[in-house]
Design a protein around this ligand. Structure first.
Ligand code: COA
Length: 377
């Protein structure tokens, strides 16, 4: 019998991360997510995912150098971005641009572990550069190349705005990148592993993943959260909005998860960061609306006996908005982070590969016979 949505199916072994759904815990390679968010940077987490260990100081400066150097995007790929219509969704442009990176990457068809490590490093930096470039180009501005003096998080804001960000803004993006970098067998990672499982190349695998992340049930939810906060507009209207939406059978974006049966551990970390940010830069209204939604959802879900809690997207939305990131770019920021996890999974898949090919349960008609064309209705 098919398990709808493959719920409960263990599709691969991984040493990269684990979601403890009942406890609301998340580990990357043995480290608790709270510990990593508090005490490391995104570059350290990339190293952990790709090489299994946190780097020492000299390895860290080397990987930082490689990541920023590798973040440069070929002018011919930027031309692909320039050719995209201005109204295209930034995730569609990113999917096409990342696919185009393969055409000029020196290692595209190199399937050696070293070739794949080089591609993982480049793809992670380049996704950040592309995300910023997509936004600038669609607004008629020149893309800004990465700055060697800045880390990846600060570079994202720098390349978007064309000026160096303040420390708090960069730290918040850095934490958001850490929190979104990896998450077990989520839908986009699964898509990447299925593609890699055919021994197709890394660019093909992560292009599959970007297309999968785009959907509103996965990475696209953070944009939808902000759309909802705008629709609500004022804290006083939040409770009625939530009740009306639930009564009409709708879902509240930024809530619920296939694996967590309690609060997503990433949500309170992002909430704290969003609070810190709003104390400094404004945007308290979005947090007030979010809190009212959370409270109404708690009561309504308890009443219905459902275990639906805020997920990672709920508080990232107001933090990104306060940082001035356009709403339709939120999912691209998610992709910047998850590129580290996808590429790590692709390398893990190659290291012990077996074609991923499940079966389906046939529910169509049986024992039919082809009628001659003239006799068909
Ligand atoms: N708002 C309201 N009700 C929700 C809900 C939400 N966000 N998420 C789940 N539920 C309800 C479902 O309607 C279902 O009710 P039912 O049993 O009466 O049909 C019940 O809770 C169980 O949820 P289910 O749809 O089986 O969960 P799933 O594992 O199939 O889906 C998500 C998980 C993430 C797709 C789902 O929770 C969702 O659509 N959330 C909103 C989008 C989102 O924030 N995605 C980002 C995930 S990180």
């Amino acid at each position: 019998m098919a398990s709808k949505g493959l719920e409960g199916v263990v599709a691969a072994q991984t040493a990269l991360s684990h979601v403890y759904g009942d406890e609301g815990r998340l580990i990357y390679a043995g480290y608790e997510i709270e510990d990593l968010a508090e005490n490391t940077t995104f570059e350290e987490v990339c190293h952990l995912l790709w090489f299994g260990e946190l780097p020492n100081a000299s390895r860290l400066s080397e990987i930082r150098r490689q990541l920023v150097a590798g973040a440069v995007v070929d002018e011919r790929v930027l031309d692909v971005v320039r050719a995209a219509p201005k109204h295209a969704h930034p995730m569609s442009t990113l999917r096409t641009a990342v696919s185009a990176l393969a055409l000029w990457d020196p290692d595209t068809e190199d399937m050696s572990p070293e070739g794949n490590q080089r591609k993982a490093i480049r793809l992670t930096g380049q996704t950040i550069t592309l995300t910023a470039a997509i936004d600038r180009i669609r607004h008629g501005k020149q893309p800004v190349p990465p700055n060697n003096d800045l880390g990846l998080a600060a570079n994202l804001l720098y390349m978007l705005r064309g000026e160096r960000p303040d420390e708090l803004s960069a730290r918040i993006i850095d934490a958001a990148l850490i929190l979104h970098a990896e998450h077990g067998m989520n839908a986009s990672t699964f898509a990447a592993r299925v593609t890699a499982g055919t021994l197709s190349d890394m660019h093909s695998a992560v292009t599959s993943a970007i297309g999968t992340l785009k959907g509103p049930l996965h990475g696209g939810a953070n944009e939808q959260v902000m759309v909802m906060l705008h629709e609500i507009g004022e804290p006083d209207r939040a409770a009625d909005y939530v009740r009306a939406r639930l009564a009409s059978g709708g879902k509240i974006m930024g809530f619920g998860h296939r694996v967590y049966r309690t609060l997503d551990p990433r949500a309170p970390i992002l909430k704290r960061l969003a609070e810190e940010l709003s104390a400094r830069m404004g945007g308290a209204k979005w947090l007030q609306i979010s809190e009212r939604i959370q409270e109404t959802m708690r009561v309504e879900m308890e009443r219905r006996g459902k275990q639906v809690y805020p997920n990672v997207d709920f508080f990232s939305a107001s933090a990104y908005f306060t940082l001035g990131i356009p709403m339709d770019l939120f999912t691209n920021v998610f992709a910047c982070a998850r590129m580290a996890g996808w590429t790590a999974h692709v390398m893990e898949q190659y290291s012990d590969n077996r074609l991923i090919r499940p079966q389906s349960e046939y529910i169509g008609p049986k024992h039919r016979k082809v009628q001659p064309l003239q006799e068909r209705e």
